[in-house]
Ligand binder design. Structure first.
Ligand code: LLP
Length: 438
């Protein structure tokens, strides 16, 4: 069910390193990444464009997991980078990421974010709304610079057969509506703009997608407009960014395609459209996040308290929970896990894995088949590499776990475990007004 080996001690390993030794060395909860897997995913995307002989760009969507070490790996792999906030851009700068390879998203970019992007001469800003255009124009005048942009559009289809077009539908906070004339208004504002260099369109249809038809439908809809705009404004999109959203396997029932398949199909559908409308092929950009890091990461926990309600359910609690993985509570996401110190022991019962937060919704896995469990067993939860660390919180004043990278059989600490000093470091003391303290 998972791509990790078991060593001669019968322990789960990741990247050739014993997970039990990692738990002892760094403590739990612990995020561990197999860096070779991250690289392989990145290379699969890049190679798919090369194999097709098509100009493509693969931008890692850093929202999935943004730390300096991760962005250094993305840089080594020659990826571009998608950031959506000052904080994500700041992290990229700290990682010395080539700024011309960064593009900035966001449905509410503020002056500071835009100024920072302009100052560092990032490769591109994805225009999400008219507010963006006004702020960017002002900032470019101020700094006397120019900027490449894409216009983010929502295809505006809410077809029942394509339910996964979730962020591309009409009623979405993102982007310009393609059907009601707003995208065209944005285009008119940007065409021939003295400082803003319009490179093309962007569209992102959703996340954790297993089929290619959604991307095809989106591309077909974009090309209908592109053909009209070519006619009317002689505008031709140099770049078509089709977003991210490629699915990964969390549990057995998830059936993602090999990563290259998504790219191949996209290239094919863009090619067919170009042929149909007699247009030059644009560069195709994609922005995968989850599919680069998701299944390369696992989380190790120590199992503690047990509560058995005979005939109803048996709970086992771990030393983390919704603070390091909010996804089950937020999206009812399913995960697979094993007892890392004996992953091959036959399951004898089903138990439910609870977090330690003060809230009934803090459950990580319902009905997980397990062998008999002993105190201090280590639980390894798979596919926790995307949107776990990046959405971690301090609820109940829990500290965020450490992050360890594994490569070449070695372990590298890349994010330190937080301390309680970290937790209170921004707290200021308050004496109260005089009358309360006398
Ligand atoms: N591009 C844009 C414009 C996006 O909004 C996103 C994700 C991506 C790319 C990357 O999508 P990916 O390849 O990672 O699916 N927190 C949620 C996922 C939110 C995705 C938001 N946008 C989760 O944990 O499932």
């Amino acid at each position: 069910a998972h791509p990790f080996n078991v060593n001669t001690k019968g322990h789960l390993e990741i990247g050739g390193v014993d997970t039990i030794q990692l738990a002892e060395k760094y403590g739990t909860p612990l995020y561990v990444y197999d860096v070779e897997m991250i690289r392989n995913h990145a290379r699969a995307f890049v190679q798919a464009f090369r194999d097709a002989g098509v100009h493509g760009k693969v931008a890692y969507a850093s929202k999935a997991f943004s730390t300096i070490a991760m962005l250094q790996v993305a840089k080594q792999e020659g990826l571009c980078l998608d950031v959506i906030s000052e904080g994500e851009l700041y992290t990229a700068l700290q990682a010395d990421f080539p700024t011309e390879k960064i593009h900035m998203h966001g449905n509410n970019k503020n002056e500071k974010e835009i100024a920072m992007g302009v100052e560092h001469e990032i490769g591109c800003i994805v225009i999400d709304n008219f507010h963006d255009i006004d702020l960017l124009d002002l900032e470019l005048m101020k700094q006397e610079k120019t900027m490449n942009v894409l216009i983010r559009v929502t295809p505006g289809v809410e077809s029942k057969t394509h339910k996964y077009i979730m962020t591309g539908n009409e009623d979405s906070k993102f982007g310009f509506d393609l059907q009601n004339g707003q995208a065209e208004d944005a285009l008119k504002k940007l065409l021939g703009h003295p400082r803003i260099n319009l490179k093309g369109l962007h569209c992102h249809i959703g996340s954790q997608i297993f089929e290619t038809d959604g991307f095809r439908v989106a591309a077909d809809i974009l090309f209908v407009k592109l053909a009209a705009w070519k006619e009317k404004y002689q505008f031709e999109s140099e770049v078509l960014n089709l977003g991210g959203g490629f699915g990964i396997r969390y549990t057995e029932s998830d059936t993602p395609l090999p990563l290259a398949e998504y790219v191949k199909d996209m290239i094919q559908s863009v090619g067919q459209n170009c042929h149909k409308y007699n247009m030059k092929s644009p560069e195709i950009w994609i922005e995968p996040g989850r599919s680069i890091v998701g299944d390369a990461g696992i989380t190790l926990y120590t199992i503690g308290a047990n509560k058995n309600i005979p005939g109803v359910r048996e709970y086992y609690s771990v030393d983390g929970g919704m603070t390091d993985n909010i996804r089950p509570a937020l999206y009812q996401s399913k995960y697979d896990a094993v007892i890392a110190n004996r992953p091959e022991a036959s399951p004898e019962k089903e138990v439910s894995i609870a977090g330690k937060c003060c809230e009934s919704g803090d459950m990580l896995i319902w009905d997980l088949p397990v062998p008999q469990i002993q105190d201090k067993d280590i639980l390894a939860v798979f596919s926790t590499g995307a949107y776990n660390y990046s959405m971690a919180s301090h609820y109940n004043r829990l500290t965020k776990p450490a992050v360890v990278f594994i490569e070449g059989g070695q372990d590298y600490l890349v994010v330190k475990r937080e301390t309680y000093e970290d937790i209170v470091k921004n707290d200021l003391s308050y004496e109260g007004i005089k009358s309360f303290t006398s």
